[in-house]
Design a protein around this ligand. Structure first.
Ligand SMILES: NC(=O)c1ccc[n+]([C@@H]2O[C@H](COP(=O)([O-])OP(=O)(O)OC[C@H]3O[C@@H](n4cnc5c(N)ncnc54)[C@H](O)[C@@H]3O)[C@@H](O)[C@H]2O)c1
Length: 453
């Protein structure tokens, strides 16, 4: 109920969040449609799609028009959510890989959220934009630079917006640190660190009922991400999932809005983690067929990016070794720094010389306006509440048919890190230049992301 009240009583438009979008100088959408009630469809209602679905079902300004998935189990779970929300049975598109195209033919559908395996994202996002839908797509790394350009080209040709659903940009401490950056606490930014450091060896291995193999099995024998994500470690060597780290960092550094990435170099360690896991797992062992696999993905992939404004950024991808979860943020400028791994801040003049101070008091002092005001409304939403802000922003942008807060240029630039890092690793860590997906407009675009009023 809290969340419903929030949605009734406020909008990001009223907070001024829609008026200062980075994309405001771009070609305006040819679709001028605005709506108070968004007809929204979901392509992919697996674990992540259902997070978004659950939040959308709660909103009085959303009508969930249809869902599409190839897996009857995912559809069943999605229907349960609809039933729980008192919405009755949802219209379903299923039965073949491209059933989603039929869903996109629905004239009444204003917006779609795509939360399928990575390989489907671009095909589906392009088709959705071509069908005139306001398109939200879950995060992933790209498979090629060409794919990133296709997203940009389709947006520019159709005027349909693409919202890249990078939820970490809305994490509470991240938004507070963004405030600190904007209020000059750290001085001029010099160096950033971030990454995706998440032990995924047993990723989503079962639903509690079926023997899915505890991460030893993958592909057809796996469950959820183990069905499709683990094979990426088999065939690719690069930073496969850069956006949770680079998204927030890019917003702090005004990437594509007065700043841009110039080039990166990447280096991969050897690959041992998945093999060790399989041979030591009770459901695996030395004689398990997967024990002989040669995994291509280095256990730790480190990329260094350079921006045109002179900052360096280190991104780490580390998903196949035992470790606690951490995105490993470090935001460092001429006056001090924040690090999330020890949740500490150092600012020259404010701290005892060379002593860390707990970040807590800074995070409270610089808490973002949105979080301060709607903390209770976001309570219970996924990933510590940030998923609430993400979906809310998506819905508000889609209702207004406004440029996305995290737009197609962000998507293309962040996704490009993956193929560029693969290319760098394949060539002995040679530097790889970033394409300028804004075609020069980065010099005039402004960063309107979560600007406080
Ligand atoms: N931002 C986050 O915090 C976060 C968290 C988890 C996952 N994700 C991302 O969300 C996406 C989905 O991940 P997930 O964990 O939900 O995976 P999942 O495997 O649980 O769900 C994917 C769903 O897509 C369905 N699907 C596959 N091919 C399809 C097709 N052709 N048409 C329609 N449906 C199809 C599958 O049947 C499944 O139900 C990935 O991009 C993942 O990286 C993001």
């Amino acid at each position: 109920m809290n969340r419903r009240n929030f949605i009734k009583n406020s909008s990001l438009a009223s907070l001024g969040m829609l008026s200062t979008r980075a994309g405001s100088q771009e070609k305006q959408s040819e679709n001028t449609k605005r709506t108070d009630k968004l007809n929204i469809g979901f392509i992919g209602v697996g674990l992540r799609g259902r997070d978004h679905l659950e939040l959308a079902l709660l909103r009085p300004d959303c009508n969930v028009s249809a869902i599409c998935d190839t897996d009857p189990l995912s559809i069943k779970e999605a229907q349960k959510l609809a039933e729980k929300a008192g919405k009755g049975e949802l219209k379903v598109f299923t039965g073949e890989d491209r059933a989603y195209l039929k869903m996109l033919e629905m004239k009444s559908l204003d917006a779609v959220i795509i939360a399928t395996p990575w390989l489907w994202h671009t095909e589906m996002a392009i088709a959705a934009m071509k069908a005139g839908k306001y398109t939200g797509v879950e995060v992933s790394g790209g498979f090629s630079l060409d794919e990133c350009w296709q997203l940009v080209n389709t947006h520019e040709a159709t005027g349909s917006h693409l919202f890249f659903l990078e939820n970490v940009c809305y994490r509470r401490d991240i938004m507070a640190v963004l405030n600190m950056v904007r209020k000059d606490l750290f001085g001029e930014l010099i160096h950033m660190e971030c990454g995706y450091q998440h032990d995924l060896r047993n990723v989503k291995f079962n639903d509690g009922k079926q023997p899915y193999g505890g991460g030893v099995e993958f592909g057809e024998k796996g469950f959820s991400e183990a069905k499709w994500r683990t094979t990426q470690s088999l065939n690719r060597n690069g930073d496969l999932y850069p956006t949770h780290g680079i998204g927030p960092v890019s917003k702090m550094l005004n990437i594509n809005s007065g700043n841009r990435f110039l080039y990166l170099t990447s280096t991969a360690s050897k690959a041992k983690g998945l093999h060790e896991y399989i041979v030591n797992h009770p459901q695996g062992g030395n004689s398990h067929p997967n024990a002989t696999i040669e995994w291509k993905l280095g256990d730790v992939v480190t990329s260094v990016l350079k921006t045109i404004n002179g900052e360096s950024i280190v991104i780490t991808h580390d998903t196949n070794l035992p470790r606690p979860y951490s995105l490993g943020f470090r935001v460092q400028g001429t006056k001090g720094l924040w690090m999330d791994v020890n949740s500490s801040i150092y600012t020259e003049g404010l701290n005892d010389k060379h002593k860390w101070q707990p970040a807590k008091e800074f995070l409270e002092k610089y808490d973002h306006q949105l979080w301060k005001k709607y903390e209770n409304d976001a309570r219970g939403a996924g990933h510590g509440g940030m998923d609430f802000f993400l979906l809310h922003e998506f819905v508000e942008c889609a209702k207004a048919n406004a440029s996305a807060s995290i737009d197609v240029y962000d998507a293309a630039t962040w996704m490009a890190i993956t193929p560029l890092s693969e290319q760098s690793i394949a060539t002995g860590s040679m530097p790889q230049p970033f394409p300028d997906f804004t075609r020069g407009r980065w010099t005039e675009r402004t960063n309107g992301f979560a600007v406080e009023q």
